[in-house]
Design a protein around this ligand. Structure first.
Ligand code: CO
Length: 283
């Protein structure tokens, strides 16, 4: 029997066995779901969310991607989060990383894997921001494990600052956020951060996720608030200087061709003819 048909055969046996021992097993969840948990984990095939937690149908609402990344720009993750919190009213959101995560390992190295390199960008930031702590860990496996943990804290922090979570907390301090790491070596889920239920708790987490950085605002906040984000030089070049240069070139070319003075739209509207401009005071 090939591998695919083994799955189908198992499924038939499983469904029949469930119904035999518990005739209402499937009927209980067929009309609606009321899961208490949103589970956000890695796509890795060795991390069996339901198996490891003993959760049955209807208990876990699940979102998985490479390296359990939570990004506000990820329409899929944000839709899952919004639906889970606002419609299903889950009580807990659990971000679960796992030791030996290939995505985290790739983000720590320099080899390119194509499109997924973009996806792993946020984890490269985790490595960079925590460089002092990570450099101090001599053992490569221990360093890898630590990046896995820091990534869970980072993604948990991303989760905590989403409008969905912030608004839910404003209304009633739900859901609670938890960060876990699954250890494939022994099958145990270890708790990194539990019961985060407020902006204050999220702020505390923000400090923990940057363990190698001295106390202070995290990089994301600092970047947004220090007023250096804009690029006024590039802006003025585009809006004024560049337009002036292009206009001057057009004027020169038309003058050389003996054409009529052009009408060039600029910041101050139509510009005067070259003759008027050379006369001065026309601006
Ligand atoms: Co993984």
């Amino acid at each position: 029997m090939d591998a695919f048909h083994r799955l189908i055969t198992y499924n038939r046996e499983w469904a029949a066995a469930r119904t035999a021992t518990d005739p209402d097993y499937f009927a209980r969840t067929v009309s609606r779901q009321t899961p208490e948990f949103l589970y956000i984990g890695c796509s890795d095939s060795r991390v069996p969310a339901e198996v490891a937690t003993g959760a049955g149908p209807g208990e876990l609402f699940v979102h998985r991607n490479i390296a359990n990344v939570v990004l506000p720009s990820d329409l899929s993750a944000m839709s899952v989060l919004q639906y889970a919190v606002e419609v299903l009213d889950v009580k807990h959101v659990i971000v679960t990383g796992h030791y030996g995560c290939g995505g985290v390992g790739a983000a720590m190295g320099t080899q390119s894997y194509g499109l997924v390199d973009h996806w792993l960008g946020p984890i490269r930031n985790v490595v960079r921001w925590n460089k002092p702590e990570l450099d101090a860990i001599a053992d490569a496996q221990a360093r890898f494990d630590r990046v896995v943990e820091l990534n869970v804290l980072e993604q948990l922090y991303h989760l905590s600052v989403t409008p969905v979570i912030q608004q839910a907390w404003e209304k009633g301090r739900r859901p609670l956020l938890h960060g876990l790491v699954y250890d494939m070596r022994d099958g145990v889920l270890r708790e990194l951060a539990t019961a985060i239920d407020s902006p204050a708790a999220a702020d505390e987490l923000a400090a923990r996720r940057l363990s190698g950085v001295p106390a202070g605002p995290p990089p994301m906040t600092r970047r947004a608030g220090d007023g250096t984000a804009a690029s006024p030089a590039a802006e003025s070049l585009a809006s004024d200087e560049l337009v002036d240069r292009i206009a001057a070139r057009v004027v020169e070319r038309l003058a050389a061709d003996g054409g009529r003075p052009p009408l060039v739209a600029g910041a101050s509207g139509r510009r005067p003819s070259p003759a008027a401009r050379s006369g001065g005071g026309a601006e």
